[in-house]
Design a protein around this ligand. Structure first.
Ligand SMILES: *Cc1c(COP(=O)(O)O)cnc(C)c1O
Length: 368
């Protein structure tokens, strides 16, 4: 596994060198360039703050909290995010989960049946699914044996039609973070967009790549409220990039893609940082308890280092152990079909009580 010490930011402290040879317009699909975006009722007037009579959108006039269309620009949510993340509001795109954000990236930049993207298995399954839906070829470049991106092979796989490289750090399902130097090299050498999926960044001590947006105009960072923020049910994902890249995505996003209830709950969650920190700490403490317990189980061979809210473990027979756990009412994820992940199970960290149930059940199976 990667030495924690190499995960420091070697670029900080040095003078920031901005990549000046990148223009996102060269990547945009022709039909997207030509497109005239839908202009919603609420786009056509500019509020000066005075009280208005809204007779423009064919809504029901009786107030019940959700009778009006939501803000298509999610201004009040972005206002909070901009402050929290240290970016401008114009550098943020919000989606119906990060899955929508990832899909928009394909639709904006990848020409079906012509362009390709690079992924680094074992990794998140949605990149491939979205590529297949959009008829985009996927070049898969396996991670190294210690689950790091193989920079040389990735750059060798790039051709004129490669538009996006997906980097998931901390990575799902391997749980580790990628070394900063490796990711930086890809950002420096690749002439398309590098999408860094930071769904699990809140569980990691590493700094978000958002702080490097100024250096790398080809950097796109995605995050989500589905994991550390505890709001998978509201479906809200975020994307941070240069204003130029965000403008392209805004042009093609469905106008009302983030509903009113989601915007309201997101604001509450984002403003309650104390609770997020408290829950993350609890989950990390529990993760270490589960790790220690797993290491005591005879049929557990390896517990991989984790920077996320789950543990990947290699067992004697993943299929058998998965089914035994299921019989006992515990649902885990068998990741064995992914390359480099033979006989692995992925355990999400639950509440203290849930984890105790898992551990007791594993012990029973171990002695039975
Ligand atoms: C869970 C997860 C997401 C979250 O997707 P949402 O659509 O925002 O819920 C994104 N990327 C990875 C790698 C994940 O594991």
């Amino acid at each position: 596994m990667a030495d924690k010490g190499t995960d420091k930011f070697p670029l900080l402290g040095e003078r920031v060198r901005v990549r000046g040879d990148f223009n996102v317009q060269n990547l945009v699909r022709e039909n997207v360039k030509r497109l005239k975006p839908y202009s919603s009722a609420r786009d056509e007037y500019l509020s000066d703050g005075s009280v208005m009579v809204f007779l423009d959108a064919n809504e029901n006039p009786f107030d019940n909290g959700v009778n009006r269309y939501p803000d298509p620009h999610q201004r009040s949510v972005k206002h909070i995010l901009a402050e929290l993340k240290g970016v401008r509001e114009s550098q943020i795109l919000i989606g119906n989960g990060s899955d929508e954000v990832l899909d928009l990236l394909f639709r904006a930049f990848c020409e079906p049946k012509k362009d390709n993207v690079i992924t680094t298995p074992p990794t998140y399954g949605m990149y491939k699914v979205l590529a297949d839906i959009n008829e985009i070829k996927v070049e898969e470049v396996l991670l190294t044996d210690n689950f790091q991106p193989d920079v040389e092979n990735i750059l060798n796989a790039v051709d004129d039609e490669t538009k996006l490289i997906f980097i998931c750090s901390p990575n799902n399902p391997t749980a580790n973070s990628f070394e900063v130097g490796r990711v930086a090299k890809i950002l420096q050498k690749f002439n398309g967009l590098v999408v860094i999926d930071e769904a699990y960044i809140d569980f990691s001590e590493n700094e978000s790549w958002i702080s490097h947006l100024r250096e790398y105009p080809n950097l796109v960072v995605t995050q989500t409220l589905s994991k550390a923020y505890g709001m998978a049910g509201i479906r809200m994902g975020t994307c941070y990039a240069s204003k130029e890249t965000i403008d392209v995505l805004k042009k093609i996003k469905p106008p009302y893609n983030v509903n009113e209830l989601t915007q309201q709950r997101a604001k509450e969650g984002l403003l309650n940082q104390e609770q997020v920190k408290k829950q993350v700490k609890e989950i990390l403490d529990q993760r270490e308890l589960v790790r220690e317990a797993l290491l005591e189980i005879n049929f557990v061979r390896v517990v991989f280092p984790s920077d996320a809210n789950f543990l990947l473990a290699r067992v004697d027979d993943a299929e058998k152990r998965y089914n035994e756990l299921l019989q006992k009412g515990i649902v885990t994820r068998n990741r064995s079909k992914q390359p480099l992940c033979e006989n692995t199970l992925r355990f999400t960290i639950g509440t203290a009580e849930e984890n105790k149930t898992l551990i007791n059940t594993l012990k029973e199976l171990d002695h039975g």
